[in-house]
Design a protein around this ligand. Sequence first.
Ligand SMILES: Nc1ncnc2c1ncn2[C@@H]1O[C@H](COP(=O)(O)OP(=O)(O)O)[C@@H](O)[C@H]1O
Ligand SMILES: [Mg+2]
Length: 291
Amino acid sequence: MPTAFVTGWPDITNSGKMTMEEAKKKFSGVQYVPINKPCLAVEDDKTRVKHKGNNLGDYDAMFPRISISYKDWGYNMCKILSQHDIYFPYSPQSVLWAHNKFSTMEVLKRHKLPVPQTYMAVNTSIARDIMKEVGFPLIVKLPQGAGGKGVMYIESEASAASLFDTLHTLEQPLFIEEFIENPGEDLRVFVIGNDAYGYKRVAKDGEKRANLHSGGKVEKYSLSEEEKELGFKAAEATNCDIAGVDLLHDPEGESYLIEVNISPGLNGITKATGKNIAKKIVDFTYDKVKK
Ligand SMILES: Nc1ncnc2c1ncn2[C@@H]1O[C@H](COP(=O)(O)OP(=O)(O)O)[C@@H](O)[C@H]1O
Ligand SMILES: [Mg+2]
């Protein structure tokens, strides 16, 4: 039996538990390693990720859930592990891409994939010029937001003014996106290798963001071939074997990729599809490392 560990939030989440439970059926020595517990070591002739006397690079597989607050840490950990013979479902660079929305848009566009017009500026006077070019309404995002929390819908220049002043004081770069007209819905394409599973999120009344954390609801949804293909291409562009890719459709039916999530939650997708997605992730990983 190959060996594996699960890592993620300092306190294990429900998605982490679901992964652990399935991993134990196919891997040996499965344990949960909270992301903040190992030590990254550059010593002797090697770099290592050390945890309680073990070198985590000696495991056959890692099931990671690296949150935004551990972006740089997770990147360095993955960098070191990539020097060892251990499988995990993305590259170290994926951590940086996925946890900065502007970088995600840039890499997807570089692969000729459809994304909203996207701009970044470090000061408000430049941002004002950009806004005039993009037109209202528009979307302002914090590059490192998640769960809909850093996403703001701006209707007019007047409503942008105070927000821009605030962001300027906080020394936050401004990330501006074209608003994609949509019925308050977005699609999650959950990619696992050559398979994709989906669901739809519907925003609550009066809310532009469809996130579950913003009160959105999960609905069953059968992905079209085109939607699956966009999911596969977005995952490939960001070096991910497993990823939660989000997309929007405008009223003309055009698709826009808006996010690649490297730690997609398992609750929504499991509920919407009625499938054991944690098992599918474990089986996929097992196939990568079986001896
Ligand atoms: N450019 C856009 N146009 C219209 N709606 C958007 C746009 N970007 C995001 N949204 C809405 O806001 C939600 C959250 O945005 P997203 O970029 O996925 O951030 P988060 O990481 O916080 O989920 C999306 O699910 C979608 O409903
Ligand atoms: Mg999202």
